[in-house]
Ligand binder design. Structure first.
Ligand code: ATP
Ligand code: MG
Length: 193
């Protein structure tokens, strides 16, 4: 099972989402969880190297070829982090996805970039957006939710803005984040036994 986390847009929360989804899968009892980092920036691989989470294996696969190979060898559950603005790697990854999670933001969103991302996903593959760093109770958030509904794109989660992952000694995942991403994981796993 490959869950691909992707958006052509940079800085929206792909790496944060990938780490939280992997951690939520471990908590859910999956015993072989792999985070495949297909981004040459390797931010999620680096973060997990500094602050390892027991139960998560990291595989760095920063090219189309390496990502495809890593994803086709997966035994268990893999979460795939992808680079921004790289259609080739994105396309290679979504082609082998069982579900695609698209992090986005509320307010100031370039919806065209999100649409371009969605257009790369084969029609048969379940997909949903996750609104990251959301300010609960704001018009921006309400507007974004209404917009996605109108577009008939499923919203798999709304993650509050305090759930980012910090670096440094206080680096850890928040309970609120793990709970939010556990709900996202359940949506992604739906239809898969
Ligand atoms: N829920 C959140 N609350 C607060 N900050 C967040 C949240 N999610 C992500 N962030 C912050 O937003 C920034 C970008 O997040 P992240 O690195 O996960 O995005 P990305 O899409 O992987 O970026 P890139 O395109 O460069 O790979 C980071 O500083 C991260 O800590
Ligand atoms: Mg990233």
């Amino acid at each position: 099972m490959n869950i691909v986390v992707t958006s052509l847009k940079g800085g929206v929360g792909k790496s944060t989402t990938s780490i939280y989804l992997s951690a939520a899968a471990v908590e859910r009892g999956y015993d072989r969880v792999t985070l495949i980092d297909a981004d040459p920036q390797a931010s999620s691989a680096e973060w997990l190297e500094m602050w390892p989470i027991p139960g998560i294996t990291v595989v760095e696969a920063p090219s189309e070829r390496m990502a495809t190979r890593a994803m086709s060898r997966i035994d268990g559950l893999a979460v795939v982090d992808t680079p921004p603005g790289n259609e080739r790697i994105t396309q290679a990854a979504v082609a082998l996805a069982n579900a695609v999670v698209i992090p986005t933001r509320a307010g100031g969103v370039e919806y065209s970039r999100v649409h371009a991302t969605i257009e790369l996903i084969p029609a048969r593959i379940p997909r949903g957006v996750v609104i990251c760093a959301a300010r609960l109770g704001t018009n921006d958030l309400e507007g974004a939710i209404a917009w996605w509904k109108d577009q008939k794109v499923e919203i798999w989660g709304v993650i509050p803005e305090r759930v980012g992952i910090a670096a440094g000694p206080e680096a850890r995942l928040s309970r609120e984040g793990l709970n939010g991403y556990d709900a996202v994981l359940r949506r992604a796993l739906r239809g898969w036994k």
